[in-house]
Design a protein around this ligand. Structure first.
Ligand code: S3P
Length: 184
């Protein structure tokens, strides 16, 4: 798989709690690729946490930084890149990813997402009295866009290693199709 990837990165997209960071790290280990987490990179570049960026500078400022950080990371060569849940909603970011990466949507059920996000209070979008309602609305709004990703993988609650194995299998199929396409 690493050889077929060439200079392309594997870019994980999907909602908060879909497992992008955890699965991404393991996928990178398995494929012997570097792993980068866009949220961490944004925090490092800004010198502050994501909740602070949101509350001090606002969401728009965060989205702008997010777009630039992802564009820079994608130029750094093949890696597994976990993006924040809103990143793929940006058209420029989608175009950048399409150019130098393969996008993988980690899709999970509402209850799985909620169970995972409850463990860490680091998401400004969910700091309200009805985080589950917010998550539902985000599902409605974002799923049609996430569906544009090259691959969709069910990020069930099973061991993360199984999700990693599912991604690798799907990537294999994707490369086979790509080969057929270029032979036609
Ligand atoms: C966001 C998701 C977060 C982070 C920010 C906004 C979103 O990343 O980028 O809080 O809009 O869905 P995770 O998906 O890694 O939690």
């Amino acid at each position: 798989i690493s050889r077929q990837l060439g200079a392309r990165s594997i870019v994980l997209v999907g909602l908060m709690g879909a497992g992008k960071s955890t699965v991404g790290r393991r996928l990178a280990q398995t494929l012997k690729l570097p792993f980068r987490d866009a949220d961490h990179e944004i925090e490092a570049a800004a010198g502050m946490t994501i909740p602070d960026i949101f509350s001090i500078h606002g969401e728009e400022h965060f989205r702008d930084g997010e777009r630039r950080v992802i564009a820079r990371l994608l130029q750094e060569g093949p890696m597994v890149l976990a993006t924040g849940g809103g990143a793929f909603m940006n058209e420029d970011t989608r175009a950048n990813i399409a150019e130098s990466g393969i996008s993988v949507w980690l899709k999970a059920d509402l209850d799985v997402l909620m169970r995972r996000v409850r463990k860490r209070d680091t998401r400004p979008l969910l700091r309200n009295p009805d985080p589950e309602g917010t998550m539902r609305r985000l599902m409605e709004l974002r799923y049609p866009v996430y569906a544009l990703a090259d691959l969709t993988i069910d990020s069930h609650e099973a061991p993360h290693d199984r999700v990693v194995a599912d991604i690798i299998k799907a990537l294999g199929g994707w490369f086979d199709k790509e080969k057929q396409g270029s032979a036609e």
